[in-house]
Design a protein around this ligand. Sequence first.
Ligand SMILES: [Fe+2]
Ligand SMILES: [Fe+2]
Length: 239
Amino acid sequence: MSVTEIAPDIYRISTFVPEIDMQFNQFLVRDDEPLLFHAGHRAMFPLVRDAVASVIDPSKIRWVGFSHFEADECGALNEWLQVAPNSQPVCSMVGALVSVNDFAARPAKGMSDGEVLHTGRYRFRLLHTPHVPHCWEAGLLFEEENKVLFSSDLFHQNGDVEPLTESDVIGRARKTLVDNQAGPFANYMPYTQHTDQTLRRLADLKPKTIAAMHGSAFTGDGERALRDLAVVMREVLAS
Ligand SMILES: [Fe+2]
Ligand SMILES: [Fe+2]
């Protein structure tokens, strides 16, 4: 377990699982209304809660956000809602209406594409990105003050890699996609007629930091990284 501040008051909490050679990351934003992006697995909840407690009082969390309805994204959602009595899930409108409002102990704030959530100093724009990285309800948050893109499974890199890097992560992300194609996780992400356009839209945001759920966060030319990722995803997934 490691906790690293990857941008001002934005902390990456990371757990490496050696059996599958993969990190699971959550991102904690310290602000007037603290936000946790990715609830994490239920089984990891005690570990992640203790990591959050090294930065803020976990009961003060106001928002628990995530991209799509999967166990690593939101398995521990109800544990967080219990530990933080004023907290509420936040996700895409489709996510809220289709799954989260049924699963969660309290209803979600379902956000429309382009809608902004203000947490104090920071503001988060919800990009509804159906099937990018995957699932109909997929959404990503973009923090506009520091230009941090919370990219969920995009830029997934296997291995016990460094918390934050300025080096190109595209080679590692490509290797992970290629390796997945040869095993039980083949077709991890779909490649649809909307994929390239969605990635170009993300690139146009010109992120300075990309907070990936699995692997290192990247700081640098995020626009370039996303355009490179679009090429890699077409190469690996579209054939
Ligand atoms: Fe996923
Ligand atoms: Fe994931």
